[in-house]
Design a binder for this molecule. Structure first.
Ligand code: SF4
Length: 354
């Protein structure tokens, strides 16, 4: 998604962000260890852009989103929104300026509330509108997401998944925010409905000067909607680049593995060769030393990758990677054996969990 008025102005500035969840045990509930869901993330979001954050489930992307929005407290680091520390912002200010749309819109709606109440609630809670004015505002919001005025008198169970996501979006837009975090907004929808919702998001963004952070496990969706993409693995960003560069010259072995799992005929034969990663994603409660990906990386070098953690370093304009041996343009990961490179019509499930 692009926007005409986009500048290079940093809207969201995240530095050294950590979110560790304590694991408690015993009668005294002493802290045994921590789940390091987000473990040292530096990231900047430019006003007007759509930034994708991708990775397998459990990589920390959803936790990162919730910390950015102030929904859960950070353990360490800082998040500045438009120059302001989010910890110093009031809840009201945060919710007015930063909104979220969840994967399961139905789950975040009270089934006993009408659409008018659901969409209008932020306006009544903040004392912005009531009565006839509220009704008109809700009607306008519903129209902006392609729903009709008389939908406001219905209840959530009367709508399809795609329509519920439109209602959730109308509610998120009610306070006229500048920033919306989209957490897997289309992954519960059918493919045809996904496309409609993505088109709607694009239209709304260009009309309303919005900045989006799009959290997803689906790289092919990111390719269509995001200008930049950050790839996360076990609580860290391992690669970030503009979308075109990430898809044409991915540098991190994990990004290569993710890309190889995209079922998209437009990708060339080499890129489509499925890279099967060995082993499971390690637990964020006990991450491996050195590079966190070394237990699954086909090119890990003993004595270096398992000892020294690679830093996120620039390898080109706007393109950074955290790897001791980043892959250059055109390079591919070694395939360890025939069983690791099944024929294209083989429908064996991929071990990269997308
Ligand atoms: Fe693989 Fe080593 Fe790069 Fe980590 S640092 S991704 S283990 S090559």
């Amino acid at each position: 998604m692009t926007h005409d008025s986009k500048t290079d102005e940093i809207l969201l500035d995240i530095k050294g962000l950590r979110k560790w969840f304590p694991i408690k045990s015993g009668m005294l509930t002493t802290v045994k260890s921590y789940v390091r869901a987000v473990d040292g993330v530096d990231l900047q979001v430019i006003r007007g852009e759509t930034l994708g954050i991708v990775g397998e489930s459990g990589c920390g992307k959803t936790t990162l989103g919730r910390v950015i929005l102030g929904l859960i407290p950070m353990t360490e680091g800082s998040v500045h929104y438009d120059g302001e520390d989010i910890r110093m912002m009031t809840n009201r200010d945060l919710r007015r300026r930063l909104q979220i749309v969840f994967q399961d819109p139905g789950g975040s709606m009270n089934p006993r509330m009408s659409v008018r109440s659901i969409v209008g609630e932020p306006l009544t809670v903040n004392g912005i509108a009531e009565g006839a004015e509220l009704t008109q505002r809700v009607a306008d919001l519903l129209a902006s997401v392609g729903l009709k005025r008389d939908h406001m008198n219905r209840f959530p169970h009367e709508f399809s998944g795609g329509q519920k996501q439109r209602i959730a979006l109308a509610r998120a837009l009610s306070l006229d925010p500048e920033f919306i975090l989209l957490d897997e907004p289309t992954s519960a929808l059918d493919v045809s409905v996904q496309a409609q919702v993505l088109n709607l998001l694009e239209e709304i963004q260009s009309k309303r000067d919005l900045t989006f952070v799009f959290i997803t496990h689906a790289l092919n969706v990111v390719n269509h909607v995001c200008e930049r993409v950050a790839v996360m693995y076990l609580g860290k960003i391992v690669e970030i680049a503009n979308t075109k560069d990430l898809f044409s010259k991915p540098a991190h072995p994990y990004t290569h593995a993710l890309m190889s799992a995209i079922p998209e005929p437009s990708l060339d034969k080499v890129a489509r060769r499925r890279i099967v990663l060995s082993g499971d994603v390690p637990s964020p409660a006990n991450p491996p030393p050195g590079c966190r990906f070394h237990t699954r990386c086909p090119i890990a070098e003993e004595g270096l990758c398992d000892v020294e953690e690679p830093k996120l370093e620039s390898i080109g304009e706007g393109h950074s990677v955290a790897c001791h041996f980043p892959l250059g343009p055109g390079m591919t990961l070694p395939i360890l054996g025939d069983d690791q490179n099944p024929p294209e019509d083989d429908d064996m499930p991929n071990t990269v969990l997308l």
